[in-house]
Design a protein. Structure first.
Length: 133
């Protein structure tokens, strides 16, 4: 048996409390709620602008919500960087296509895992956009 201690992540109560404070301060200082789904749509607008800029400028959504780098876009970048820093400092960072919990339940098939993750992401994004945020 290995005597090496398993790396631990953040305390979920502390992380939840900090996320709650972030939301409170966001509304307090900016008058806006923390969100990310609009940023993904704007990101798609950035990418599409590279290939068909005239099309993007005529789309009804992008007339109202221009593809731009704003606080929300920086927030999403901060999530990426913050999670990377958190995972590396807690020594819990792992790059794996199929997590052990998934493999134990559904097997080691990478394609099945990727497809399920993609479909779940599409459903979550659809629901977030449907709810306007």
């Amino acid at each position: 048996m290995n005597n090496q201690e398993e790396p631990k992540g953040w305390n979920p109560y502390l992380a939840g409390a900090l996320a709650g404070l972030l939301i409170i301060f966001s509304v307090w200082f900016t008058g806006k709620y923390v969100g990310a789904s609009t940023t993904f749509v704007r990101g798609a607008g950035f990418i599409e602008k590279v290939f068909a800029s005239e099309r993007v400028s005529k789309m009804e959504y992008f007339v109202k919500e221009l593809p731009k780098i704003d606080w929300q876009w920086m927030f999403v970048v901060g999530i990426l960087l913050g999670s990377l820093i958190s995972a590396t400092t807690s020594k819990s960072f792992r790059s794996q296509a199929v997590p052990a919990m998934w493999e134990g339940r559904f097997g080691p098939n990478k394609t099945k895992r990727a497809t399920t993750a993609f479909v779940g992401g599409v459903i979550a994004m659809f629901g977030a956009r449907l709810a306007d945020g």
